[in-house]
Ligand binder design. Structure first.
Ligand code: CAA
Length: 298
């Protein structure tokens, strides 16, 4: 009933979305969604541009504060998009003012230790993006603070607008970063800057230029081009062989989890296995024949 005319924008509450999952209507939802209809959850927008899924965090009044509901919707969107063979890359973005200003402080402030421990707060709602096997690009404009910075770091790389601001201000709230900030940030920017940011909080916000210099973001893009640039970058990735892209992502990520020798062994095994794919034959034949490859994801 909600899926009537192609081309319109459909509001779909997350509760309803869960009901669809429960009653097995997900594929119907998806098939209509991918025929040009933008599905609106309560806290995110999801749309497909070419072979790229664009997820926009959408709580503008709260500067995209990452409430548990928002993070559940984001996780569910990844659950749907990851196995969709027409999606080769995901882009996560926010508004021009805020990618996300952190976890939702108002929702957190009365929680007790037992509340957060028993619900496994953060783990339960947040980690899906980091586990996505397809590439995820964060397109960051404005504030990426606390959980917002942590969410961006869970993505595979970050494109930043000139006005992007990164920080871990949790210490000003009487907590520490809780979605990977103390672990991922030093891996990007080194211990000294990460420590300064974690200890000084609001007093040590990193601008886009410093973030690029420090390796936190891969590139700075003009604000008005950010989303288009992220999507077109995503499309370039989506045009490649999806299994090989997944292997490349898995192999780079392994560098953060293992020793150099083990990592190189892991890379070598995946490199060898790439030779079992039709796409390797196609890629190398196309090079030799001076034509564009047509990858089949096989
Ligand atoms: N949670 C809930 N609401 C938030 C929010 C957050 N993290 N950040 C902003 N908002 C809300 C504000 O309360 C305000 O709502 P009202 O209009 O209802 O008062 C609205 O968004 C606009 O915010 P401001 O008026 O504060 O906007 P500003 O431009 O003056 O300041 C800001 C912008 C500097 C980002 C400021 O909002 C701010 O400091 N936000 C909090 C940043 C923060 O501490 N983040 C860490 C959260 S804890 C965390 O993330 C834990 C973790 O590791 C997972």
């Amino acid at each position: 009933m909600l899926f009537v005319s192609v081309g319109c924008i459909l509001p779909i509450s997350f509760t309803w979305f869960l009901a669809c999952l429960f009653f097995g209507q997900t594929s119907e939802m998806m098939s209509i969604k991918w025929k040009g209809i933008v599905v609106i959850y309560e806290n995110i927008l999801v749309e497909k541009r070419g072979n790229v899924a664009l997820i926009t965090l959408n709580r503008p009044k709260a500067l995209n504060a990452l409430s548990p509901d928002l993070m559940r919707e984001l996780s569910s969107a990844v659950d749907i998009l990851e196995p969709d063979s027409t999606v080769g890359c995901l882009v996560v973005t926010g508004s021009e003012k805020a990618f996300a200003a952190g976890a939702d402080i108002k929702e957190m402030k009365t929680k007790s230790y037992m509340d957060v421990y028993m619900s496994d707060f953060i783990t339960a709602e947040w980690e899906r993006i980091a586990r996505c096997r397809k590439p995820v690009i964060a397109a960051v404009a404005g504030y990426a603070l606390g959980g917002g910075c942590e969410l961006a770091m869970m993505c595979d790389f970050i494109l930043a607008a000139e006005n992007a601001k990164f920080g871990q201000p949790e210490i000003n709230l009487g907590i520490i970063p809780g979605a990977g900030g103390t672990q991922r940030l030093p891996r990007f920017v080194g211990k000294s800057k990460a420590m300064e940011m974690a200890l000084l909080g609001q007093a040590r916000i990193m601008d886009a230029n410093e973030a690029e210099r420090s390796g936190l973001v891969s590139r700075i893009v003009p604000l008005n081009e950010l989303v288009d640039e992220a999507v077109s970058t995503g499309q370039k990735i989506a045009d490649l062989s999806q299994p090989i892209v997944m292997m490349a992502k898995e192999s780079v990520n392994r560098a953060y989890e293992t020793t150099l020798n083990e990592g190189i062994r892991f890379e070598r095994r995946l490199f060898h296995s790439a030779f079992s794919t039709e796409d390797q034959k196609e890629g190398m034949s196309a090079f030799s024949e001076k034509r564009k490859p047509k990858f089949k994801n096989k």
